[in-house]
Design a binder for this molecule. Structure first.
Ligand code: F0G
Length: 458
């Protein structure tokens, strides 16, 4: 018989997690104002809130932490990371930052001004937040197929090159400082972007003289999907694919808390020395000197090591395989979700799961609360609450998709945990017709409200 694929690591350290009762959870979620961000972590049994900063470090990463050079300037850990970024991504200039959004802040401070237009494929919420805060506009040019959750498309994260070109034709070049391609496309469901699409987008950007940047939080997972789904890449190594993806880009920001499997860290990288010099000033103001950027030397070392581990095929196979396992179990139970499953998460289609709950009562948040009550599992709403209000009309923005994201941390949970989560959702699916009311907002912040919003039962 063919041997099944199993993890290329074993567990050396364990962290106990508390299995609460439903009664406890009912009290805790009411105290948290039905916002899962307000829960204490010991009130959560399985935490699928995010795959960001929640992965398990390897013994080699812990060794790097011991080797961390804490020199203020020119630390060896910095140089280790700089060499890794050059070798892996081919980017000659880089600035460390304490996480992805900090790298966005540094880059956008150097590149954006009020009134600018930044096209891309579903900018992540912090990216959009940083753009809109500067009174610039993020234009989502993702392919229409991404909005149809039941449609199978191998690269649902793609940018629609026609829509992108239309933006370039509508606005003068001076108003479009950059285009951002997010790999994988988190907002559309952790969906990959094909190499062909990255290349074509870069050709259009070049034609109009606009630099193309990658939001590379999950670049290695994107490379894995290219290897397994795109013609001509089966025999290429993950690192060859990574180098090719980056060869089309003028620069990148990265939240290293994802594919570099660290608890904190990020960076921006670019090819243009003058942009690097301009951004360095902002890095020093916001993050710290250019050779540490808000991180300890040990963090830089763990990040360099994590970039190498995150681009190993065996690791990616087990990681994306575990997410696919969750997707398959839910699919077998008939639960509607974004197909195919993404790299880091399963995205459940809450509008199809709970169509009877009015859209104004936040279907995905309602489902997230139900899942917590059922089994102590924490997911996150990727829907109307996350989408914020329109900056001009202040009306709720109803996105095409109302999703509950279950993001799987790297190397942290076993397949038994995955089966438990799937069983929780099946129980809710079986009694879905009993859920007719959702939630309403009591308090909200003007921007990025989902982190702090307070809700009550409708
Ligand atoms: N870009 C993408 C595609 C992301 O998914 C994130 C974070 C960021 C940028 C910002 O990075 O958190 O290090 O500041 N995503 C997390 C998530 C929070 O749960 O998906 P950060």
């Amino acid at each position: 018989m063919e041997l099944p694929f199993a993890e290329p690591y074993k567990i050396k350290v364990v962290e106990p997690i508390y299995r609460s009762t439903r009664q406890e959870r009912e009290a805790w979620i009411a105290e948290a104002h039905y916002n899962l961000f307000n829960l204490r972590s010991d009130q959560v049994y399985i935490d699928l809130l995010t795959d960001s900063g929640t992965g398990a470090l390897s013994q080699m990463q812990w060794s790097e932490i011991m080797l961390g050079d804490e020199s203020y300037a020119g630390s060896l850990s910095y140089h280790k990371l700089k060499d890794t970024i050059m070798k892996l991504l081919g980017m000659p200039y880089f600035l460390p930052a304490h996480q992805g959004r900090a790298a966005e802040n540094v880059l956008f401070s150097a590149m954006l001004k009020a009134g600018d237009i930044v096209p891309g494929n579903s900018h992540f919420d912090t990216t959009k937040g940083h753009i809109e805060y500067r009174r610039a506009i993020a234009v989502d040019c993702t392919i229409d197929e991404a909005a149809d959750t039941s449609l199978f498309h191998p690269f649902k994260g793609n940018i629609d090159v026609g829509k992108l070109e239309a933006v370039f034709q509508q606005y003068p070049k001076e108003k479009i400082p950059l285009c951002i391609i997010t790999i994988t496309n988190n907002t559309a469901g952790g969906q990959p972007v094909s190499m062909e699409n990255i290349r074509k987008a870069s050709e259009v950007c070049r034609k109009y003289g606009v630099p193309m940047f990658l939001d590379a939080a999950r670049f290695a997972e994107n490379a894995y999907f290219i290897k397994t789904r795109e013609k001509g890449y089966q025999d290429k190594s993950i690192r060859e694919i990574v180098l090719e993806m980056f060869s089309y880009a003028d620069g990148a920001t990265m939240s290293s808390k994802k594919d570099a499997i660290v608890n904190i860290g990020g960076f921006m990288a670019c090819r243009d020395k003058s942009l690097y010099q301009k951004a360095s000033v902002f890095n020093i103001m916001y993050e710290g000197f250019i050779t540490y950027g808000g991180l300890a030397g040990r963090d830089l070392g763990a990040l360099a090591q994590g970039l190498m581990e995150g681009t190993e095929l065996d690791f990616l196979e087990s990681r994306i395989g575990q997410v696919a396992l969750l997707g398959q179990m839910l699919h077998d139970y008939g639960i509607p979700m974004q197909q195919p499953t993404g790299g880091h998460a399963v995205f459940i289609d809450a509008s199809k799961f709970l169509p009877q709950v009015p859209r104004e009562q936040f279907r995905a948040q309602t489902l997230a609360v139900e899942l917590y009550l059922e089994g102590g599992v924490r997911g996150v709403e990727i829907g109307t609450i996350l989408a914020d209000r329109d900056p001009i009309t202040r009306e709720n923005r109803y996105p095409a998709l109302e999703l509950l994201r279950l993001a799987v941390p790297r190397r942290a949970y076993t397949n038994n945990h995955i089966a438990y989560v799937a069983a929780c959702l099946k129980n809710i699916f079986d009694r879905r017709n009993e859920i007719s009311k959702g939630l309403v907002i009591v308090e909200e912040a003007p921007i990025m409200r989902h982190f702090t919003v307070e809700l009550k039962k409708a």
